[in-house]
Design a protein. Sequence first.
Length: 282
Amino acid sequence: MPHREIPRASTALIGGSGTHAIDFPEALQRADVEIHAKEVVYSTPFGDSPPMNTLRLGNGELVLTCRMHGWRSGTTRKEASQQLFSVLREAGVEKIIAEGGVGTVHADWAPGSVIIPDDYLDWTARRDTALSDDYLLIMRDPLCKDLRGALAEAAASRLPDAALITGGVYAVTDGRHFESRAEVRALAAMGADVIGQSLAPEVYLAREIGACYAGIHQVVNRAEGVGQDWSHRELRSIFHERASLMGNLLLDLLPLVSGRETCGCRGLRKKTLIGPDVPGAP
Ligand SMILES: [Zn+2]
C-alpha cells in the first residue's frame, strides 16, 4: 500500500550500478547515518514511486535515496523517472547526486577511473519526459558546479589511487543494450568522453524541480571498438569490488553538500513563454 506522506528532505541520492552490489547503506555500517525509513513506495500523479529509503544524517537532515529506479518490470523508464522526481519535488529536495557506471571512448582511461562530468549529449528518444509544461529549462551549465566540487573532494579522499577525471561529456543512450562500434565512433566524434544510460532525463527533471544536480560515474569498460574487447568478468568485478568504496564516498559527501549555494542552477529555470496560460497565447 503506497504511503502518501512524503518527508521533507533537502538532498537526494540516486543510486546506480556503482552501489548496486551491496545493501546500501546498511552494509557499510556507518555510525553517522541512520535508516529513517526503508523501501517506502509513495503515491504520485504518475503512478506509484519506486521503493525509496530515507536516511537521517548526524546533523538531523533527511536524505531520500533510490536505486536503479528505471529498471522495474511493467514500468517504463520515463514513468519511473517522473514518479521519482515527483516525490523529490514534493519533498522539497534542492540537491541531487547521482552515481552509476559508464563506458569510455578513450583507450587510455582505464576501467576503475572515475569521472565527474560537466556536460552531456542526450542521444535518447525520451526528451519529452517532464512533470509539467510550466518552465523553460536552460541547459547552459547542466551539472552543478558546487556539487561537482564536493564530489571531487570526496572522491580524492576515498579513491586516491583511481584516476579522477573532473569535467567531460557524458553521452546518454536509451539502452538497455550497449552501443555498437559505429555508434561509439559517432558519439566520440560528437564530443563524448563517456557513454551511459542515466543522466538524461534526470538532468532535465532536476532542473524542472529547481534542484542542483551532478553525478559521479565509474568507468566500468572501454566502449566497443576502443582498445581490446572488454570481458564480462572485468565488468562484474568492478561492480562488486568498488561498491563499498563508492557507497562510503557518497555518504562522506552528504554533509558536504548542505548549505552550499554559489552556483547559478536555480536561475537557469524560467517560466515558460509559450503555452495556453501565457498572456497573448492563442
Ligand atoms: Zn547548483
